[in-house]
Write a new protein. Structure first.
Length: 259
């Protein structure tokens, strides 16, 4: 009994450390006072000001466009890459898997500087360069989410579909695709989250007039963070939370239907 309660208290303590700062941020986004820790009453003023600020709205829309656009492109590239890596022999498979891990283990500042030096030689810095940079560091996360799903595939089912007259492409989408979908969705959501959270690569590869939430917050820190940024951060947190809950709901529903 004591051991059980100790485990629960430990888990509660861990979750408190993880989510208490976010809870404080959400509470302060409804605080009437501009002071960071002084409560002056409930208000929605900062949310109203948020949508009236063109700088914040532009940064918010740019962040969403980058996150979901880069995640979609990285998912397509990552799925194709995972298919190719899975078809390799054991030695080449290990080499390519190690090469896939390097961008995640490499210091982000090194990746950012490398991309910047490459871009300024061939292309003008702007939204396109930020987009390419985000796709570059998101692809490995998709591959590592999709690749393990190939090990759970039943190769006999795919070969049976071919024997019954299905084309390789049709057999892949009818037999393999449903089994890969959880890994693909996990990779997509992780890529979108990593893109939203990124600062270093965005800061080095963006051009003039391009701002995301992370770079906007960085510039605001120099003048003092405004309460509107609390409201914006709250909306981003809720957006990610809704996406995760939706994904878990759809995954659970699909599992119950299959059972």
């Amino acid at each position: 009994m004591v051991k059980t309660w100790a485990k629960r208290l430990y888990m509660a303590f861990i979750f408190l450390l993880l989510y208490l700062p976010i809870i404080v941020l959400i509470v302060l986004s409804f605080n009437k006072s501009k002071a960071r820790v002084t409560w002056r009453g409930f208000t929605l003023q900062w949310y109203a000001n948020l949508f009236e600020s063109s700088r914040i709205v532009d940064a918010f829309t740019t962040t969403l466009a980058l996150a979901f656009g880069a995640a979609l492109a990285a998912t397509v590239i990552g799925v194709v890459g995972a298919i190719g890596i899975n078809a390799m022999k054991k030695r080449n498979y290990s080499i390519m898997l190690g090469a896939t891990n390097i961008p995640m283990l490499n210091a982000e500042i090194v990746t950012a500087l490398s991309l910047t030096l490459l871009f300024i030689r061939f292309i003008k810095l702007g939204f396109t360069t930020v987009f390419i940079g985000h796709v570059t560091f998101c692809v490995p996360y998709v591959i590592l989410n999709v690749l393990p799903r190939f090990r759970t595939l039943n190769k006999n089912a795919y070969e049976a579909a071919l024997d019954l007259g299905a084309t390789p492409l049709y057999a892949f989408f009818k037999v393999c695709w449903p089994e890969l979908m959880p890994g693909i969705m996990s990779g997509f959501l992780m890529a979108a989250t990593m893109s939203m959270d990124d600062f270093v690569i965005t800061y080095f590869t963006r051009g003039p007039g391009i701002n995301t939430i992370s770079t906007l917050v960085y510039s605001e820190v120099k003048r003092g963070i405004q309460p509107e940024m609390y409201a914006l951060s709250t909306l981003l947190f809720l957006l990610i939370l809704v996406l995760l809950l939706l994904f878990n709901f759809l995954s659970g529903r699909k599992s119950s239907i299959e059972v």
